[in-house]
Design a protein around this ligand. Structure first.
Ligand code: GUN
Length: 292
């Protein structure tokens, strides 16, 4: 293996230290404790573990978190009422509805119900639009964490060619926008399921962000020597040798990519810890804004 491991846990820990200091200062100076409401509808196992991790991280940063669990059988109107109550609650500075929602819920309608000034996920159309035109907003957590990770790896993105694989609203599209912003200044190619030969693009890339939701989307033969690989995938693959009966793997084939890349994020321990960290960052920022 040639590649350096980009340690998302380490960077997340560094940033969480800064966030915890910011939380303590805000409490001390203004008497305000940043508060995050996390809504989980249903019992999707991956969502349960994400939500648990988010709450734990809040507590460690000295923030207040309120967990709202609702059965998959509730009416959508009940969920919308809950969001409206949280929008009006001064103890809550951030509202997160864990996605995906169970079948039958209109995800767009639910996200639209979150007040943009409490949308710490950066998912509402107002925040997405502001990000696109470069206005102050809450940046979406995973894409923002990815930019921080690439910088942490030592790469200066200015003038570099970044290839993004995947065009989801949560990762692919926004990360392409952030990479192309003037302050980042990368040249961006966005590949997706309609791209006939993804390798033809990734072989020209200085950095590849793979967010396709499919193992082995990126393999070593698709990389230029020395490229940086950011693997956003979290896939559960059956593995009888593991206590839980599965193991996690990313969208990149780690072994072959690590032979060619100069740096790569592991799964787990790469992008994941950064997503939660940027959520805490946004929640602190939201609480600070209420004091201005
Ligand atoms: N599901 C997967 N990633 C995310 C995320 O960043 N936020 C929310 N709310 N749901 C998700």
């Amino acid at each position: 293996m040639n590649a350096k491991i980009i340690d998302g846990k380490q960077l997340a820990m560094n940033l969480r230290g800064e966030i915890a200091a910011g939380v303590a200062a805000l409490k001390n100076d203004k008497g305000v404790t940043p508060g995050l409401a996390v809504i989980l509808v249903g019992e999707n196992p991956a969502s349960v573990s994400y939500v648990t991790a988010k709450e734990k991280a809040c507590a460690e940063a000295g923030m207040y978190s309120r967990e709202i669990r609702m059965p998959a059988t509730i009416a959508e109107s009940e969920l919308l009422d809950k969001i409206a109550a949280l929008n009006a609650d001064p103890a809550i500075h951030g509202i997160l509805v864990q996605l995906p929602l169970p079948k039958g819920f209109d995800e767009k309608k639910v996200i639209d119900a979150i007040a943009p000034e409490k949308d710490v996920d950066g998912f509402t159309p107002i925040n997405v639009g502001k990000m696109l035109i470069g206005e102050e907003c809450f940046l979406p957590c995973t894409p923002h964490g990815i930019i921080k990770l690439i910088e942490f790896s030592g790469m200066d993105l200015k003038g570099k060619h970044a290839v993004v694989i995947g065009r989801s609203n949560i990762v692919g599209k926004p990360v392409a926008v952030l990479l192309a912003r003037k302050e980042t200044n990368a040249t961006v190619t966005l590949c997706h399921t309609g791209t006939p030969d993804v390798g033809a693009f990734t072989r020209q890339a200085d950095v590849v962000v793979v967010a396709a939701g499919r193992p082995n989307t990126l393999t070593g033969d698709m990389l230029k020597e020395g490229a940086v690989v950011i693997d956003v995938g979290v896939n559960r693959v059956p593995d009888d040798t593991k206590p839980k009966g599965y193991r996690l793997c990313g969208d990149a084939d780690f072994e072959s990519c690590a032979k060619v890349a100069s740096a790569i994020t592991p799964v787990p321990g790469g992008v994941g810890p950064m997503t939660i960290t940027m959520l805490l960052w946004n929640t602190l920022e939201s609480a600070k804004r209420t004091c201005k």
